[in-house]
Each structure stands twice: as C-alpha cells, then as structure tokens.
Design a protein around this ligand. Structure first.
Ligand SMILES: [Zn+2]
Length: 304
C-alpha cells in the first residue's frame, strides 16, 4: 500500500513538473468533432438512455460508436480506408506525444498512464509526454459533450482528443481498468474495430433484428479490394465489439461468434496477442530481426 502511494506521489510530482514547464492547451467542455452524421437525440441526451443500457464506449453516437471521423476520412472509409494510401495517418517516428488532463484525479491518471505504459512496453510505438512544442499530440481529456470513450482514428494533425470519461455514480465508465483506455488509444494509433473486417461473416453472425435501427451502420464492414490483413480473425481482440453492443434489449445479442460452443467476445482487459502483433506490424516494428524476435515474444507472453 505504502509503495503504491509512493508511486502515485512520484507520478503526480513528475506530472506537476511536466505541466509547470508549459501552459496547458485550452480544451473547451463542448467538443464538436467532425462527424459523418449527427445524432443530437443520442449524442447530447445521453442522460435519457436507461442505465442498464449505458456503455460509455457505445454512447457517444459517433461512427461505429466511439470513432470520430471527418468527412474526408469517412468517405474513404466507406470504400475501405487503406493505410498505405494514408501514410500521414500514422504517427511520425512511431512517437505519440500526449497530455493527460489535470482534471483527472490521481487514480484515473494512474490508469491512463498504465495503458500508455503497456502499449509502450508491448510495441515499438512510444508515447512521450508532450514537450509543449510538437505540432501533433494527443489530449487525453474527460470531454463533457459528447461524453464517453471515443477517439479519432490515426493521427489527425494538431491537438487530437481522446475522450475517456472518468468513473461516476453510473459506474467505472472508461477507466475501470486500463483496457478501455488501450482500446481508444489503439484507435488513435490507426486501428479499427475487428468485426469490421471484410471476412468477418465467416467468423461472426450479426443479429440485425436485435440492433437499434439507427446504429445498424456501426456493423458495416470494409471491402476486400481496399484492405489487407496480415493476421487471422481475432475473437480475443480488445478492438472487437461485445455481444450486446447497440442491442435493443438487454440479453439480446447483436453479434455472436460462429463457433461450436460459442466464444466470448468484446474483452476489454488488455491487448490480445493479435492486437499486439497487428500494432507492431502497422508501425513496422518487425523490420529489424532483433526487434521482431523481441516483440513477437512480448506479444506471445503478454497478449490476453
Ligand atoms: Zn472503438
């Protein structure tokens, strides 16, 4: 207990020192990320959603639940985005400067920091505290409108928000464990939802009849012509929807695994082996044989 207090204290001191060196960027409470469609009823009125339905990852009403897209990206995405066509969406030098909002309390800051540390350890991507100068960086912030867990996909340019709603009376929201933070940070690194793969129908069944009608497009998939995948379909991915996402009624699944005996999907504990390999592959961490061995082993041993 004493040790963990000391760790938190040391972390707070280093954060304080970091923030003291430069002025924090201004972040308005009401953020209006460019969206492919606006859904004011759901987006601005989240409080009306029954509590047993509320899931901060599916609540914001953005593209596929928690991804903020601009029109350009959305249009390309409609035909399947190609990362080789959009190299600018990858973070330069595999480096992601970040700022954690001082509005988070100590334990939430530690959870976010753990998520960052996990990605830093499992991949060659490096999250580094923003030096106050880099043009592009992530602002990890408890945005109020739209609240919930959401992120842009890939590097957007400039100050880029990752919204992680802290725990409240409704529950742990995005910061019960480091898992949901990892999910949103992976979007920010350029990873989409696993079940949007073009070949997903071989692996999962979508139960259209159980999906809230206006969210049916959240279950769209990419076209084969425009995407490539180096890894097998991954039920264990932290980027996979859970069975009840966007369901009309509790207990009625919207997506299930096509597997004898079924398979649990939608874990938010940590990166799966596949997530880890995918992220390392996306950022060319396997180019160097020594690093390839290192990160393959890390993924093998640490992947959920
Ligand atoms: Zn997501």
């Amino acid at each position: 207990m004493r040790d963990s207090c000391l760790v938190i204290l040391a972390l707070l001191c280093s954060l304080h020192a970091t923030f003291a060196r430069f002025i924090l960027p201004y972040v308005p409470e009401n953020v209006d990320p460019p969206l492919p469609y606006q859904d004011p009823a759901f987006q601005n009125d989240v409080d009306d959603v029954p509590d047993d339905y509320f899931d901060p990852e599916v609540a914001p009403g953005l593209f596929q639940g928690d991804m903020a897209m601009n029109d350009e990206i959305y249009n390309y995405w409609r035909v399947g985005i190609r990362w080789d066509t959009f190299p600018e969406k990858l973070w330069k030098n595999r480096t992601v400067p970040y700022v954690i909002s001082p509005l988070y309390d100590a334990s939430d800051t530690v959870t976010i920091y753990q998520a960052i540390r996990t990605i830093n350890f499992m991949t060659c991507v490096k999250f580094v505290p923003w030096n106050g100068k880099s043009k592009d960086y992530l602002l990890i912030w408890p945005i109020k409108y739209p609240r919930g867990c959401w992120s842009f996909v890939g590097r957007f340019g400039g100050a880029q928000i990752v919204s992680l709603e802290p725990p409240n009376q409704r529950g742990p929201n995005c910061l019960g464990t480091e898992g949901r933070a990892i999910h949103e940070l992976m979007h920010a690194l350029g990873v989409f939802h696993e079940q949007s793969r073009w070949d997903r129908d071989k692996f999962v069944k979508i139960h259209e009849e159980n999906i809230i009608p206006k969210f049916k497009s959240n279950f769209d998939k990419q076209s084969l012509e425009n995407t490539t995948y180096s890894f097998e379909y991954d039920y264990d991915s932290i980027m996979h929807y859970g069975a009840g996402f966007f369901s009309k009624e509790k207990g009625k699944p919207t997506i299930t695994a096509k597997m004898p005996g079924g398979k649990r999907i939608g874990q938010r504990k940590g990166m799966s082996k596949g997530d880890c390999l995918k992220l390392n592959d996306l950022y060319s961490c396997f180019d160097n044989p020594k690093k390839r061995r290192k990160y393959y082993n890390v993924c093998q041993y640490m992947g959920v």
